[in-house]
Write a protein that binds this ligand. Structure first.
Ligand code: ASP
Length: 292
């Protein structure tokens, strides 16, 4: 891609999507990608585009992040989020937070701070001091019987060639209180490095962390374009009998995505093809993002 080009991809979680929910997933992802694309098209930063796209997905009850998060075994919601600036390798993340309306905003506020990850009350106090909205997302607590899991995320590359990755989740329904998955862990649920590329993942958090899945895909982008590198989720997830989905953008701005879950809602666009494409299965985007 030329200098000055931009690209963006968002996801709404690796999971099964029923036909009646398909449209909400397509539209929710498309709206978030459009928001990020607007920022990138007018010269905004990848960090800003990724943060705002993920905040929109957090505000959409269709997705398990922010407003719409699933409940743990105690019937409470606990949210995790992480963001990385590929230009500086700055990382901001929060975990097991209850009283932060948009966890991704708290994670982004951490980017200039020495620690990379704050949990629980410490993270909530930090968000409060930063003037962020510190109420639980309205109606966030959904019944524990809400099935499965998912997560939202975004990878963006701006006109200056900087890459950012962001991930936010309500975790997996019915897990132990205090459980933290891959989403706020760099190299697991997200990672970005301008020199190589960026990723955001969703799926079985423990399996993603055990296999350092995010780091593997980033490593694969050292030699291969994003769409090919993304295929590297399959072998480790097959080994552990786990599910995952990944979105990726490489250093040249090329977009990739892969999943072994039943569905994976994504939306993407670039300065070359600014019309946002949204899809809920890789068969739909194979023609545009060829991976073989
Ligand atoms: N990876 C998230 C977690 O384990 C959940 C998901 O993406 O479905 O918390």
């Amino acid at each position: 891609m030329d200098k000055g080009s931009w690209s963006i991809i968002v996801h709404g979680g690796a999971k099964a999507i029923s036909p009646s929910d398909a449209e909400a997933h397509r539209q929710g992802c498309a709206r978030a990608a459009e928001r990020g694309a607007e920022i990138l098209a007018r010269g905004g930063s990848a960090v800003d585009a990724a943060r705002r796209a993920v905040a929109m997905l957090e505000d959409d009850p269709t997705f398990n992040a922010g407003h719409g998060s699933v409940a743990n075994a105690a019937g409470d919601i606990e949210m995790d989020a992480g963001i990385m600036d590929g230009a500086t390798l700055a990382i901001g993340a929060v975990a097991a937070v209850v009283r932060i309306h948009n966890p991704i905003d708290a994670a982004a506020a951490m980017l200039g701070e020495p620690p990379i990850l704050l949990v629980g009350k410490g993270a909530e106090r930090f968000a409060y001091k930063k003037g962020l909205r510190c109420t639980p997302p309205t109606g966030a607590s959904t019944p524990p019987e809400k099935p499965g899991h998912d997560t939202v995320g975004c990878v963006a590359r701006d006109r200056a060639g900087h890459i950012a990755a962001a991930t936010s989740t309500g975790g997996i329904a019915g897990t132990l209180p205090g459980r933290v998955g891959d989403a706020p862990l760099p190299g697991c649920g997200f990672y970005a490095d301008d020199k190589v590329g960026g990723v955001s993942l969703s799926g079985d958090g423990e399996a993603i962390a055990r296999t350092l899945l995010g780091a593997r895909i980033v490593r694969a982008m050292e030699d291969r374009r994003a769409a090919l590198a993304a295929q590297d989720i399959h072998e480790p997830m097959q080994r552990l009998g786990a599910e995952a989905g990944v979105i990726a953008i490489d250093a040249a701005g090329r977009i990739g995505a892969a999943h072994n879950s039943e569905n994976f809602a994504v939306a993407f666009g670039s300065s070359e093809k600014p019309v946002i494409i949204s899809a809920i299965h890789q068969d739909e985007w194979k023609a545009v993002l060829p991976h073989d």
